[in-house]
Design a protein around this ligand. Sequence first.
Ligand SMILES: [Zn+2]
Length: 616
Amino acid sequence: MIRRLLLVASLLTSQLVASHLLSGAEPPPLRRVVVVSFDGVGGRALWREAKRGTFGPDGFLRAERTGTSAERMEVVTPSLTSVSHAALSAGAPPSSTGIVANMFHPATAALRDRVSGFDTESGVETIWEAAARQGKRVASLAWPGASQASARTRTPVGLRWADPQWRSFTWKGTAADAGFEDALLSLPPEQASFSPPKVLPVHSATSPGGALDQLRFVAVDTSDDGRKNYDLLLVLRADGSVAARARPGEWFPLSEHRTEDRGDRDVLVGRWCKLLALTPDLSGIRVYIGSEGRSFASPDDFRRTLDREAGFWPGPPDDALLSEEPDTRTFVEQAARFAGFFQRAFSVADRRGDWDLLLAYVPCVDEAEHALLLADPKQAGYTPDRAALAAAALREVWKIADETAAAYLSFAGRGDVFLVSDHGMRPVSRSFLLQELLRRRGFLETVPGPRERLVTAPGSRVDAVTAGAVGYVVVNRAGILRDGTVPAGEAELLVRDVAAALRAEKDETGRPVFSSVLTRNEARSLGLNHPNAGDLVVLAAGGRTLRHGFTDRPDAPLFVSAEPPGQHGFGPDPELDGIFFEVGDGVARKKISLVRSIDVAGMVAARLGISAPSGH
Ligand SMILES: [Zn+2]
């Protein structure tokens, strides 16, 4: 069926081309297009920041001044990253893409199976497939959904998202000066130390060091003043050469070229580290060792040029820095580095020039808002001081996003630039335990799982997937789900009973816990009538989120505090709108009231002079 649609579509295109030739009309101009997705940049939040004077003249404000912008960009439900990008990519809602959450239960899999919405192929054609089918070449830079894992998710030029290899950690020296051993090694000739160099046993108790084990961390004293005052950290390789040098407060990369790494040859791998503190008497030392990263990109010469010109994949800012005493400065510096990496990756791709459509991704605002959207006194950990610190850091990240927008807009003289996003973000204070409710009402059976935690039993009649404020209740239908247990004759009754129980559930003020409890048919109104969305789609009421898992005690509260403080993935809500800007030759300077995220693929196709993805 899909094959036939493709054939019809390509016939149409060739007819279009032919009719242009026959009529002697101007063929559509050959335009190149860059689409940049700013993850987590909410429309309302962006206009608020614009009013506050957060932005410079060359970023979002330039796009507003010189192109078409939308007051509202309505995103799909649920407003989750993979779901929203799938809809942007295909020009179709989740009911067509089948991508309904970042982790979801695929319709026919065993009850407890989950797949990633980022790795799943769209149920309908994507813009990069439509472009390829019509002879256009596509590049993608970590665009969600273009995972490069299969023919359908691959682009000819592609950098894929990479999760960190080794976890980050902060090593804290606890002993005073005397506690560290003298370094029984000769320092490099250019590096004098006027006190005995001391070896710092930098390591992680929980995360294996990988290549770190080959390095030695040494504190040295570079001032010839007759006093023991250490002021520099040296990192030495096994052969005695210097891998890095850092003064307190400075970042340093620890990187190496590996002849072979996971199938690629000659790969740059590294970790960004920071000397957070080094007191002269060595009584207070903190060394932050970032997670290990590398770029996965193709073709191989693109990856090699990225290694050379953009450095190793630095990874997203690290939530661990915000846990005890929040170090928002270091977090923001990481956000800036990641954004800078993507800008350099774009420069490399731009210089190659072998693409008509480039899909780019800027994740910094999403990452920062998840961790830092502390704006409601009801949130766990809220204090006015912490909220002010978090808000100041967030504003810095908005500036980084704006500078990144400016960098991409420099392409505008040579093609179109679309600036879009997938969702906004809200502060949340409470989450509701949906699976535990189903267990207490007798619909869901559990068994002990790893680390003595309860998990859903494989033969349970019902399970639930939660994502943001959305829950999908799945009935374990025999003959449909692998190893399903509920006979066809009982399934509909069970759906009805579960729906009634969920609708009856009230919070302590007597208000319903769920604002919507919808059957598959009813979920059509949300664009969620897809088998991957289970038998019931529920939305939490009152700006709360849903959480998976079970309580230890049968009478423990079903509401728990929300983690992290910022969240998205709610039902339709203007506060969670995305953004839309288009700048390019001949693009009208105007503000339009509404663009839907499912319209974007068609608009991009039109500017490329191709037909839209076929599921459009
Ligand atoms: Zn997102």
